[in-house]
Design a protein around this ligand. Structure first.
Ligand code: COA
Length: 640
């Protein structure tokens, strides 16, 4: 009995189905009492079988035969797998969340790539129309007030508990991530970074405002009182004035944080040799958040250009150095109306960023007092540090030049249409992404879709492996120009693909996916100082962890959207935001890779979505035929 059989519905009475049903029942019972369970450790055999099923069609036959042998040996009674599984179960007993640290290090802290584009997602606010820079500062002041109100809720631990929507709706979700929004800071390290979290951020009383690459300390509490909106506005106006004096400019130190993590660690070591720099760093590292007042740029304010400005600041010559990437929240207010948030991803997931962004952009007005001018942060940059800044700037510029990004609003239908087909909108979109990828490359690849595991204590995410065999069966059929398949066959394969995706989703959100589990087995073998198990040295394991397609649903309730870059040089990053009547896709790839193109992918995605819609419309056709109802049908529209 294997979990993967579940992906091939309809299953009869199977052990895994019973396990899953039991898991769901327990989750519902816990929901009634609002208690969160610990993340489970899935059964070893289930994970290994699922792993084989996930990879069989993604590697060559010969390689798969080799992998199968390795996996069987690993999972054999008395084998290495059993020992490691036992240790993982013990770890589960003694920790709140057995996978948390492993996952955090593997996903973020050990990654040496630069944070912009490669790691930090951004939230793009609706385009603002500012009449002048004062208007932009009024917006920034309102934003600061919104942040402070949000912080008040966090300090009081008064945020209402989130409840799951969509699949298995109604269960309460872990709120821990929200409490890391302002109090987190990611310190760079030579081999691994360190995430420091102040769980009590009530004591944090200043923000850092960046303007023209200069840093200013904005105290948000004066005489024991939180600053009002007019007071904040007045302070921001002083900052802008102070930043205009070019004689007092310091070099663009922020650019160092945009570099690879190891490079930034080395530069930081150099910086900290001087006490003035240490003082400035300490102020930045203990701030609530960073406010980046960006210069106008002469680009058209399209969705794509706004997304790019937030992802990398358009390089060191524009706003790319007006950032401090280690800080968890950077609110960007561009004088030309490009506004949004840049997030350091390690403390929390995209949904927390959405909640914070949506809440902080709505605030009421208030009164004012005269305050001392904000303090400018000072730096001492010797020629060596100056050279390091130039190198960091060059590497940032290369990243800017390399990012191929496109924001695409698919307007033909949205999630309402998909729900009417009695299909999960998320699964439908994932199948469409597989189809788009297949159209571009004639193959499927290891795919990552983030699945929230916030139903469990301190839960973050696991992976839904969307490149299912059922998806492959569907996309090969729909793109096959030599054979004619009946509408009924197309519909069946579409349903199979969507059911497989939905079932994997349910497994993942109930803690039964395979990626965290395999990572846990690998990490525990390291802790036991064992020789690395063959399973993790195998080529298939490397392939399975190279996420050429990295996807994530980040829905919003107001008109803003999230985007991020690809996670591998030859990959795509696809963030999507399903709305009732349209779906927004943000597709990214790298120009340096000749096999990828965001424009080509979007074209294929658009075609694929329409083709799947046409397959769905055959359901109406069959139903209407049964009822002998009159209708007319064109390839794009069905009219009753
Ligand atoms: N028929 C009709 N309606 C259906 C349906 C079906 N067969 N299946 C689902 N629906 C409905 C749901 O009830 C839901 O309705 P709602 O809009 O009223 O809430 C809606 O369709 C959406 O459900 P679905 O598309 O299945 O997705 P989901 O909301 O369950 O989301 C995940 C699935 C995997 C995206 C979600 O569980 C998750 O993990 N999200 C977090 C992702 C994340 O962490 N992103 C940030 C990473 S930085």
């Amino acid at each position: 009995m294997r979990l993967w059989d579940l992906f091939n519905t309809p299953p009869s009475i199977q052990d895994e189905l019973l396990t899953l049903a039991l898991m769901i029942k327990v989750l519902i019972m816990c929901a009634c009492f609002q208690v969160l369970l610990k993340v489970p450790v899935p059964p070893l055999k289930q994970t290994l079988d699922t792993y084989l099923k996930c990879m069989q069609h993604l590697v060559k036959d010969e390689q798969f035969r080799k992998t199968k042998g390795i996996v069987e040996k690993f999972g054999a009674p008395g084998g290495v797998g059993e020992t490691l599984q036992k240790k993982l179960l013990e770890r589960r007993e003694r920790t709140t969340n057995w996978v948390y640290d492993y996952w955090l290090e593997d996903m973020y802290l050990n990654n040496r790539l630069a944070l912009p584009v490669n790691s930090s997602p951004v939230m793009v606010f609706p385009k603002q129309t500012f009449t002048d820079y004062k208007d932009a500062l009024r917006f920034a002041a309102r934003l600061v007030v919104g942040v402070l109100e949000y912080k008040t809720l966090i300090d009081a631990r008064a945020l209402p508990v989130d409840f799951a929507r969509g699949q298995l709706a109604g269960t309460p979700l872990c709120m821990e991530q929200y409490y890391r929004v302002f109090g987190s800071y990611r310190y760079p390290g030579l081999k691994t970074d360190m995430l420091k979290v102040h769980m009590n951020c009530a004591a944090l009383e200043h923000m850092i405002v960046m303007c023209k690459n200069q840093f200013f300390r904005l105290d948000v509490i004066a005489n024991g009182q939180q600053l009002s909106e007019p007071e904040i506005l007045s302070q921001l106006e002083k900052i802008v004035k102070m930043s205009e004096n070019t004689k007092e400019w310091f070099p663009p130190v922020g650019v160092l944080t945009s570099d690879g993590r190891t490079e930034w660690t080395q530069a930081r070591e150099e910086l900290t040799k001087d006490p003035t720099n240490r003082e400035s760093l300490a102020l930045i590292e203990s701030c609530l958040c960073v406010i980046c007042l960006d210069e106008s740029s002469r680009v058209e304010l399209s969705d794509t250009n706004r997304a790019l400005m937030l992802l990398h600041g358009a390089g060191p010559q524009q706003n790319g150095a007006n950032r401090w990437y280690d800080k968890s929240m950077q609110f960007v207010v561009g004088m030309n109306g490009i506004c949004g948030v840049v997030c350091e991803h390690s403390p929390f997931e995209g949904m927390v960023m959405v909640h914070c962004s949506e809440t902080t952009t709505v605030t009421p007005p208030s009164s004012m007092a005269e305050l001392p001018a904000p303090k400018r942060l000072l730096w001492k940059c010797n020629p060596h540090i100056q050279r390091l800044m130039t190198s960091s700037g060059d590497r940032l510029q290369r990243l800017v030049n390399n990012l191929d990004m496109d924001v695409f609003k698919f307007k033909v239908f949205g999630k309402d249409f998909i729900k009417k087909q009695k299909m999960s909108p998320d699964a439908f979109i994932q199948v469409a992404l597989q189809l788009a990828f297949y159209k571009c490359t004639s193959k499927l690849v290891s795919t990552y879709e983030s699945a929230s595991i916030r139903r469990f204590q301190e839960g973050r995410v696991d992976n839904i492996r969307s490149a299912t065999p059922e998806a492959l069966a569907f996309v090969t059929m729909i793109t096959d120009e030599r054979r004619n398949f009946s509408d009924a066959e197309k519909l069946k394969r579409l349903r199979d693909a969507i059911n497989a995706q939905t079932n994997y989703t349910i497994a993942a959100i109930t803690g039964m996916a395979i990626d965290n589990h395999l990572l846990g087995l690998l990490r525990i073998s390291k802790e036991l100082k064992m020789e690395k198990p063959e399973l993790f040295c195998d080529e298939t394991y490397q392939t399975s962890n190279s996420f050429i397609l990295s996807t994530s649903q980040v829905p919003t309730t107001v008109e803003m959207f999230c985007c991020y870059g690809p996670v591998v040089p030859n990959g795509y990053g696809v963030c999507y935001n399903p709305q009732p009547d349209h779906i927004l896709f943000c597709v990214s790839s790298f120009w340096e890779n000749t096999e990828t193109s965001s424009t080509v992918f979007i074209k294929a995605l658009n075609e694929g979505l329409l083709e799947i819609r046409d397959v769905c419309n055959t359901i109406c056709f069959f139903k209407l035929k049964e009822k002998s109802t009159c209708f007319s049908y064109s390839s794009n529209i069905i009219t009753l």
